[in-house]
Write a protein that binds this ligand. Structure first.
Ligand code: ZN
Length: 87
C-alpha cells in the first residue's frame, strides 16, 4: 500500500493550483482528478482528453488532461509549476 501525501501544486507565478493527494514518493508528474482535494483554479466539471489546464492568474498552461489507466488526470507541464517531490 502506498503512502499518501498532501501537496499543493503551485504555478511558477505563485498561484496555488491544486491541493492534491499524492501516492508514493518521487516527483509529481500527474494529478488524478479524483484525488484533487481543493481546486483553486475552478476547473470545468467535464474536461475532454487533450484539454489544456490553465493558471487562472497568469494564463500559462499548467498541464493537459489525459486518461491514465482509464482515469482522467492532469499531466503536469513541469516547466510551469514549482517542482513537487516527496521523499
Ligand atoms: Zn500562473
Amino acid at each position: 500500500m502506498s503512502r499518501l501525501s498532501t501537496v499543493v501544486v503551485e504555478c511558477k507565478c505563485g498561484k496555488d493550483i491544486f491541493k492534491y493527494q499524492k501516492a508514493g514518493t518521487g516527483r509529481l508528474i500527474k494529478c488524478f482528478l479524483g484525488r484533487i482535494l481543493e481546486d483553486y483554479i475552478s476547473l470545468p466539471k467535464h474536461l475532454p482528453t487533450g484539454a489544456s489546464v490553465l493558471c487562472s492568474k497568469c494564463g500559462e498552461r499548467i498541464g493537459t488532461i489525459q486518461l491514465i489507466h482509464g482515469a482522467p488526470a492532469v499531466k503536469l507541464n513541469q516547466g510551469q509549476i514549482q517542482p513537487v517531490r516527496i521523499g
